[in-house]
Design a protein around this ligand. Structure first.
Ligand code: URA
Length: 479
């Protein structure tokens, strides 16, 4: 008998997990059981919310591993897939995870075997869970509920029916995205409540607990009608991406049959304008900040990241506009704090411009990226995305009313002008703007970071000259 096999061979264990999505609880118990050499067919795994509730009281006391028990081996791929697959509604999911973990101890390369039935099962379950989360991010629709108490502010409630146990795992997404709103997400599997500071979990809800219809719905409908592109309509793909079961929660879904019917005749509509003009501009920077966190008008706004608001004095004479927050800015929630921001700071200081006197912001308020392993790689926003986000930049301009705007890079210039201009042709001269302010265009600091040798020297000199000209012009405007 092996030194580890200190359980009786015919002992069976009933292991009950306190929550249906509790991967960590499974992992803790699985580690003990593997270390005690308990084979998969000696364990019955159950979890709360399933048939296992009936057996919960029969939960077994687990054996204790020997002090010299070897560590449990699990590849990173296994852990990533297992964490997702644990949220699946398949009652056998925890048994599957344990069987694979057990087999991994003897064959650490098993996860690479695409034909292995257990590997295929865990991959399928993980994929289904990711898909369900994606649907939740895309199709949750909040409705405003009236509150009698003024100081409680507005409260938004959404009804959603997830297929799997994904509610808790996705709480962080909604907290980040709707940080400034008070909201509840009600589902038949449980509920989440965010009051702007604290997240609480609540019991399962019924559809009737959530409100239906509010004025926000008109905005959703207008938006959907404006982004609906009849030229690209593929009904099959649309039904796959937006299954009918979600339609009842989505105000814009009422338009779908009509839009499909009229698709052949309709021209492609401008994305933003129709929708955005239905809304009043926020009148304070705080209101802009709040609104950009709720903005999902373009695909960047639907990524899992935060909006980054401009910062600086609200009556600054100088507004500096970048393209979009980068990785560091997204993490810090502040513009121009990463490598490009540090370079900008250096040259502003050299030109005698105090960053603290300027209002710094971006043409696009969210970080657009593709995930490559652990890294988030910057992607340039499209012209359309910049145009959609201009609504927020214009709102900031209207409030701050800078005398001079410095656009760093082509995206920033487009954010101000609404058209694409060449940096080399426009730099060094003011461009008058309709509100009597003026625009100066220069290169983006990250462009300088990418250069080396002579090109870097030349572009740095031009950049310095642009900042010096801005400093001089600011002094004239102040005088
Ligand atoms: N680049 C930008 O354009 N903006 C930032 O805020 C940071 C880097």
């Amino acid at each position: 008998m092996s030194a580890l096999r200190h359980i009786e061979l015919d002992t069976c264990y009933l292991v009950h997990l306190p929550e249906p999505d509790d991967f960590d609880a499974w992992r803790e118990r699985a580690r003990v059981l593997i270390q005690c050499d308990v084979p998969p067919d000696r364990i019955v795994w159950t979890a709360a919310g399933g048939a296992g509730d009936l057996f919960a009281r029969g939960d077994s006391r687990l054996p204790a591993p020997a002090p010299n028990a070897p560590p449990v081996r699990a590849s990173r791929r296994f852990v990533e897939l297992a964490r997702q697959a644990a949220l699946h509604t398949d009652p056998e999911r925890f048994a599957l995870l344990y069987r694979l973990l057990w087999r991994l101890q003897a064959d650490p390369r098993i996860m690479e075997d695409k034909a292995d039935l257990d590997v295929r099962r865990i991959e399928e379950r993980s994929k289904a869970v990711r898909r369900d989360s994606h649907k939740m991010h895309a199709f949750v629709r909040f409705r405003r509920v009236e509150s009698d108490e003024e100081e409680n502010g507005e409260h938004y409630v959404a009804w959603f029916e997830p297929e799997h146990h994904i509610l808790r795992a996705n709480a962080g997404f909604f907290v980040r995205r709707f940080a400034y709103m008070k909201w509840s997400i009600l589902t038949p599997r449980g509920s989440l409540h965010w009051d702007g500071e604290t997240l609480e979990e609540g019991p399962p809800a019924q559809r009737g607990d959530a409100p239906t219809g509010d004025p926000m719905e008109d905005l959703w409908r207008t938006y959907y009608a404006s982004i609906f592109n009849p030229a690209r309509l593929k009904v099959g793909a649309m039904l796959k991406e937006m299954p009918r079961k979600y339609w009842k929660n989505m105000p814009e879904a009422a338009l779908i049959p009509e839009l499909i019917a009229g698709a052949q005749k309709r021209e492609l509509q401008m994305v933003a304008e129709g929708a955005l003009e239905t809304e009043d501009r926020p009148g304070t920077l705080k209101a802009v900040d709040k609104a950009i966190h709720q903005c999902r008008r373009c695909p960047i706004g639907c990524l899992d990241n935060r909006a980054v608001m401009g910062e600086g004095p609200k009556d600054a004479a100088l507004m500096i506009v970048g393209e979009q927050p980068g990785d560091q800015e997204d993490l810090a929630g502040r513009p121009f704090v990463g490598p490009a921001g540090q370079l900008l700071d250096r040259y502003l200081e050299k030109a005698g411009v105090d960053r603290k006197d300027a209002y710094l912001t971006n043409a696009v308020k969210h970080f657009k990226f593709v995930q490559r392993g652990k890294r988030r790689l910057h992607q340039s926003p499209t012209a359309k995305e910049i145009d959609i986000c201009r609504w927020w930049l214009e709102s900031e301009r209207e409030i701050v009313q800078p005398k001079l705007i410095l656009a760093t890079g082509a995206s920033a210039a487009r954010g101000i002008l609404g058209k694409t201009v060449s940096i080399s042709k426009t730099r060094g001269e003011p461009i008058p703007l309709e509100d009597n302010s003026e625009l100066w265009v220069t290169a983006h600091p990250s462009y300088l970071l990418r250069l080396d040798g002579e090109a870097k020297e030349k572009q740095t000199r031009l950049f310095e000259a642009d900042l010096a000209a801005v400093k001089e012009r600011l002094a004239e405007l102040a005088g």
